[in-house]
Every structure is written in C-alpha cells, then in structure tokens.
Design a protein around this ligand. Structure first.
Ligand code: FES
Length: 105
C-alpha cells in the first residue's frame, strides 16, 4: 500500500509501506523527517504524531485509550490526530494521506 506523508513545509513523500508495518515504521524506514518515534512504537512517546487526512478517518479508526492519553501530551493535537505507530498499514489504507506536525519532539 502506498502512504503519502506531507511534511509541515508541504513537501510530499509517497512511500510504499508493506502490509503489517505501522505508518510510523514506514516513515522511519525511509528516514522521513518529522517522525522521531523515540519509544520505537510502544505508544509511549507521542513523537510519531500525525494528522490523518479527514477523508481517511473512518478507515484508520480512532485512538485507543493509551494512545488518547499520550495525545494529550502532544502540544498540537487536533481531533484528527493519531500516533502513527498505532496505525497498521493494510490494503484498505492504500492511498492514505497523513500530515506531519510542525515540530516533533
Ligand atoms: Fe512512540 Fe508512537 S513511536 S508513541
């Protein structure tokens, strides 16, 4: 499946991410700037924060309980915020677009 990551600057990266990888791993595997993923996908750092394109929210689903509480720490969380390590790539997400926050710490 191909995932489009849009940096805060507007630069777009269309990346093929294997099924079963997370949206975060797809970015890290390709050295994408803007996703730090300090905790390595444990849902414990919130540095893999992305904004899901509203058209895709129904397919990505909503944050789990721990994810929602981590998102409370993300300074710029919005209703369409997700932690990208918690989104598993599948064929259903082919074409998914996510935007990266301005600063990811
Ligand atoms: Fe740490 Fe996603 S990589 S919360």
């Amino acid at each position: 499946p191909s995932i489009t990551y849009i940096e805060h600057s507007g630069t777009e990266h269309r990346i093929e991410v294997p099924t079963g990888r997370s949206v975060m791993q797809g970015a890290v595997d390709n050295n994408l700037p803007g996703i730090d993923a300090d905790c390595g996908g444990e849902c414990a750092c919130a540095t893999c924060h992305v904004y899901v394109d509203p058209a895709w929210l129904a397919k990505t689903g909503t944050p789990g309980e721990q994810e929602a509480s981590m998102l409370n720490f993300a300074a710029t969380a919005e209703p369409n915020s997700r932690l990208s390590c918690q989104i598993e790539v599948s064929e259903a997400l082919d074409g998914l677009t996510v935007r990266l926050p301005e600063a990811q710490h």
